[in-house]
Design a protein around this ligand. Structure first.
Ligand SMILES: NC(=O)c1ccc[n+]([C@@H]2O[C@H](COP(=O)([O-])OP(=O)(O)OC[C@H]3O[C@@H](n4cnc5c(N)ncnc54)[C@H](OP(=O)(O)O)[C@@H]3O)[C@@H](O)[C@H]2O)c1
Length: 322
C-alpha cells in the first residue's frame, strides 16, 4: 500500500510517499481502509520532532473509512463497518491501524470525508466549550484563529451555547468565514491590536475565557484580554511554543486561571469518547454544525498540504485522499 513516511524530522520535504506492507491487526486492533485522512497541526509537530515519535513512522492520526480486518478480541466493530478515529496509527496511508476501543461508528448521514474532517478538531472544540471552560449564555469568549479547523467549529459551538464570540483572523476572507460560523465580532489581529479591540468591544470588562491555539505570538496579550478571574485556555502553538513565564503574572492580571488542555485527556475513556463523538456527529448529521473542507489533496501531495497549513493559507479542514 502507499503511505506517507517520515525517516528524519524536518520541513515538509521529509514527507515521502512509499510502498509499505498493509498493517496486520494485533489483539484489540483493527485495520481501516482509509477513505479520507485529516491533516492537523499535531502532524506538523510530529514531522518537525516538536512532539517526538520513534523514526521511521507513517504520519497521521485522523482518518475515516471502512473496517477491513479485525484482530483477536475485538467486539466493538466488524469488517465492513464505517468508522472514524482521531488517534489511529499512520493515517496518511491507504490502510491504517487503530485500537478498536478508539474508533467511533460513523452515522449514515456523515460521509468519510466529513467524518475525517470533523473528528479531531470537533472533539477539541467540544471539550473546550463544554468542559474546559463550560460556556453559558451571556459569557463572552475570545477565539483566536477563528477561521481555522478548530476555530470555525468552536465559533459555532460557542454561539449555540449562547456565548458572545469574538474571533481573531488574519484576512478579510477569513473574517467572513468566522462571521458565518457565528462570531459576533471579528478582529483582524494582523492589522489591529486585538487586546485594545477586545477591551473596546467588551466595554473595558474583558472576556471570561480566551481559547488560544496560536501560542507564542498571542499568549501574553491574551492574558490582558481577560476579565478578573477569567480563564486562559492555551490549547495549541501554531506560531510556536510559549516560553517560560512567571505565575505571578496571573495574580497581577486579575487572579487568572491558566490551563493547557489536550484532547486525549478529555476522551480518555471509551465512554467519554463515545459520548462526545455521538453529540458532535449528531450535530453534523442534523446539519446544525457545518464542516468546511477548505483543501482536499491526494495523498502524494501531503507536503504541499503541510506547506499551506503552516503558511496560514488554509481555512477549515485540510484532507488527504488516498
Ligand atoms: N489541545 C488539543 O487537544 C488540540 C487539538 C486539536 C488542535 N489543537 C491545536 O489547535 C491549533 C489549530 O489547529 P488546526 O488544525 O485547526 O489549525 P488551523 O487553526 O486551521 O491553522 C492554524 C491557524 O493559526 C493561525 N496562525 C496564527 N499565527 C500562525 C503562524 N505563525 N503559523 C501558522 N498559523 C498561524 C492561522 O490563522 P490566521 O491566518 O487567521 O491567523 C492559521 O490558519 C493548533 O495549534 C493545534 O495544535 C490542539
Amino acid at each position: 500500500m502507499k503511505a506517507i513516511r517520515v525517516h528524519a524530522t524536518g520541513g515538509p520535504e521529509v514527507l515521502r510517499l512509499e510502498e509499505v506492507p498493509v498493517p496486520v491487526p494485533g489483539a484489540g486492533q483493527i485495520v481501516i481502509r482509509v477513505e479520507a485522512a485529516g491533516v492537523n497541526f499535531v502532524d506538523v509537530y510530529h514531522r518537525k520532532g516538536l512532539y517526538p515519535v520513534a523514526l521511521p513512522f507513517t504520519l497521521g492520526r485522523e482518518a475515516a473509512g471502512v473496517v477491513e480486518r479485525v484482530g483477536g478480541g475485538v467486539a466493538t466493530c466488524r469488517p465492513g463497518d464505517r468508522v472514524v478515529s482521531e488517534s489511529l496509527i499512520g493515517g496518511y496511508a491507504e490502510y491504517a491501524l487503530a485500537a478498536a476501543e478508539r474508533v467511533v461508528p460513523l452515522p449514515r448521514e456523515v460521509s468519510s470525508r466529513v467524518g475525517a474532517a470533523v473528528i479531531l478538531q470537533g472533539l477539541t472544540a467540544h471539550f473546550l466549550a463544554t468542559s474546559t471552560y463550560p460556556l453559558r449564555p451571556g459569557d463572552t469568549c475570545l477565539v483566536h484563529a477563528a477561521a481555522g479547523g478548530v476555530g470555525l467549529l468552536l465559533c459555532q459551538i460557542a454561539s449555540r451555547l449562547g456565548a458572545r464570540v469574538i474571533g481573531t483572523v488574519s484576512t478579510e476572507e477569513k473574517a467572513r468565514l468566522a462571521r458565518e460560523a457565528g462570531a459576533h465580532e471579528v478582529i483582524l489581529y494582523t492589522r489591529d491590536d486585538f487586546q485594545a479591540e477586545t477591551r473596546r468591544i467588551t466595554g473595558g470588562a474583558g472576556v471570561r475565557v480566551v481559547y488560544d491555539s496560536v501560542g507564542r505570538t498571542t499568549f501574553l496579550k491574551s492574558l490582558d484580554c481577560l476579565a478578573t478571574r477569567g480563564m486562559m485556555v492555551l490549547y495549541g502553538q501554531s506560531s510556536g511554543p510559549v516560553g517560560a513565564f512567571d505565575p505571578q503574572l496571573l495574580n497581577q492580571k486579575g487572579s487568572l486561571f491558566l490551563t493547557r488542555p489536550t484532547v486525549a485527556h478529555y476522551v480518555a475513556t471509551r465512554a467519554e469518547l463515545l459520548e462526545r463523538a455521538e453529540e458532535l456527529l449528531g450535530w453534523v448529521a442534523d446539519e446544525s454544525l457545518a464542516v468546511r473542507i477548505g483543501l482536499e489533496a491526494p495523498l502524494a501531495a501531503a507536503a504541499e498540504a503541510h506547506t499551506e497549513l503552516e503558511a496560514r493559507r488554509t481555512t477549515g479542514k485540510v484532507l488527504l485522499i488516498p
